[in-house]
Design a protein around this ligand. Structure first.
Ligand code: ASP
Length: 512
């Protein structure tokens, strides 16, 4: 009897869970036991500058009382190596190099960690290296096979309609939640004052990139040189280029179009095959991506931003487990449990990689192979979604904007909230599906309603983890719209049909 194989998503889940456990278990105290008192510097092979605490001060959080100052929440739960240069200067502390005598085991741990990071990076590179080709090949193939232009218009119209409506919905949920929970007001005044000072000191104003104007944004959709767009992975431009070729192909006479179209669809099959190879390594890779993330901030600051983070995560869960299942059932008559089971590997990967672009090949694979949506619809709807549809990012931008406004004591008028909906919609469309892109585009939203962009520095400290969560929703949203459209277009297999197809494929494989 054949051995029953564990499903891929369970394996990835185990990899992820082990990574998280490992990450939590191996902390600064583990390094300290190995003679390393400044782990972040040690990992980067830099000198580990830490302050010497004065006699009579046991822990960093006692510095303020020792110096006869007000309680400073930003010192709470901080190890000496986590103090910022500004804090060290404020208390006029002397410093030493903390990593002078690392043990031999610390040296080995350094190499093992580096190797783990490398494996994670290799996997991400593997996915990144197929991102541009898959958008190009599958989008051209998808568009050109939606032969009749009326159908193309119908599918395209529905797709844009649902993408835009769900994004507006997500921003509104974000604004409402932040308006009701008021995370900015949960922070005591002293602490809020300090957070603002810290943001000012970190100079986020200078760091903020000048956002492109709306005119420039629209103009940039058309690449001057499509090959440059491909080479630079400018996804919106790649989407435009692929749509243009696909549409032109769809209107050419069959005899001219066929060889070109079969080249593109053949190439997209090739890329999907590469994805399948890569995914076999996903459980290990996911462990390697999550295990070495270093939490370089004290818990004090996490606590102060906890209500804000809970607000974002709660909103994201509302989208994923409330809004999406409702749309799936109402518009697509798709069973949400079946849907979530099918897309689990893509969600887990989105969480570990924080990149919807890198996850795209796996999302396509999940929708076609595990859910049974047609290649035609998936390869048209998903690449566009990965580029323009970011509900998680939009929701997060809504919450972040209101949170920062509350911190600065600014009240938002109704008109300003409408402006936020509009700009966050555009900002999320323009956000690249790569780690950390959403917080850069947040500048546009803040500027549109005159909220100081230096507020970004405040939330930057916990952005990494929120990025992981919002990317899951970004990817789930694309998959949901694909499932709904496939079902409406009668391009979604039933569970029985899918099972039957799997059996046939297995038999064909065994037969050769
Ligand atoms: N990392 C997100 C994504 O790839 C974008 C963001 O930063 O919000 O979908």
């Amino acid at each position: 009897m054949a051995r029953t194989k564990m499903a891929l998503h369970w394996k990835i889940m185990i990899g992820l869970a082990l990574g998280i456990v490992f990450n939590a278990a191996w902390g600064p105290s583990t390094w300290a036991a190995l003679g390393v008192d400044h782990p972040t510097a040690f990992i980067k092979s830099q000198p580990g500058v830490v302050p010497i605490l004065p006699d009579g001060v046991e822990a960093v959080e006692d510095l303020d009382t020792f110096a006869g100052r007000d309680d400073d929440p930003l010192l709470e739960d901080r190890a000496p190596f986590q103090m910022t240069a500004a804090q060290i200067a404020a208390y006029e502390l002397e410093t030493i190099d903390a990593n002078q005598n690392p043990s031999a085991i610390a040296g080995i741990a350094w190499y093992v960690r580096r190797a783990i990071v490398l494996v994670g990076e290799l996997f991400l590179r593997g996915l990144q290296f197929i991102t541009v080709p898959i958008v190009l090949f599958s989008l051209v193939a998808g568009t050109s096979t939606l032969k009749d232009l009326a159908k193309l218009g119908r599918v395209g119209g529905k797709m844009l309609g649902i993408y835009i409506t769900t994004t507006v919905f997500a921003i509104t949920i974000g604004l409402l939640l932040a308006g009701i929970i008021r995370p900015g007001e949960w922070i005591p005044d002293v602490q809020a004052e300090r957070l603002r000072a810290m943001a000012a000191a970190s100079g986020a104003d200078e760091a903020a990139v000048a956002p492109p104007s709306l005119w420039q944004f629209v103009l940039n959709i058309i690449p001057k040189n499509p090959f440059q767009a491909l080479a630079e992975a400018s996804m919106l431009q790649v989407v435009f280029f692929s749509l243009a070729i696909g549409l032109a192909l769809a209107t050419l006479p069959e005899s001219t179009a066929r060889p070109v179209a079969s080249f593109f669809s053949g190439m997209s099959e090739v890329i999907i095959k590469i994805v399948e190879f890569l995914m076999r390594t996903a459980p290990v890779a996911v462990f390697c991506l999550v295990a070495p993330i270093i939490a370089d901030l004290g818990f004090g600051i996490l606590r102060s931003l906890a209500v804000y983070s809970v607000c974002v995560v709660f909103g994201l869960m509302l989208m994923a487990f409330g809004v999406y299942p409702a749309i799936l059932m109402l518009l697509g008559r798709v069973n949400p449990v079946r849907f979530f089971k099918a897309i689990a590997p893509a969600q887990l990967l989105a969480f570990s990689s924080s990149s919807s672009n890198a996850t795209l090949p796996v999302t396509i694979d999940c929708l076609t192979k595990r859910l049974g949506a047609s290649k035609q619809v998936s390869s048209f709807v998903l690449p566009i979604g990965a580029t323009i549809n970011m509900d998680g990012t939009a929701l997060y931008q809504g919450v972040a904007t209101v949170f920062i406004a509350q911190l600065f004591g600014l009240d938002l008028t109704l008109m300003q909230q409408v402006t936020i909906v509009f700009t966050a919609l555009l900002a999320s469309i323009g956000t690249a599906g790569v780690p950390g892109a959403g917080i850069i585009m947040l500048t546009i939203v803040l500027q549109s309603v005159n909220i100081p962009t230096r507020g970004i520095a405040i939330i930057l400290t916990i952005d990494r983890i929120l990025d992981m969560c919002r990317t899951v929703v970004n990817v789930t949203g694309d998959a949901m719209v694909t499932a709904v459209i496939a079902s409406q277009e009668k391009a979604l297999l039933t569970e029985d049909e899918l099972k039957h197809r799997r059996e046939e494929e297995a038999a064909a494989e065994a037969g050769v």
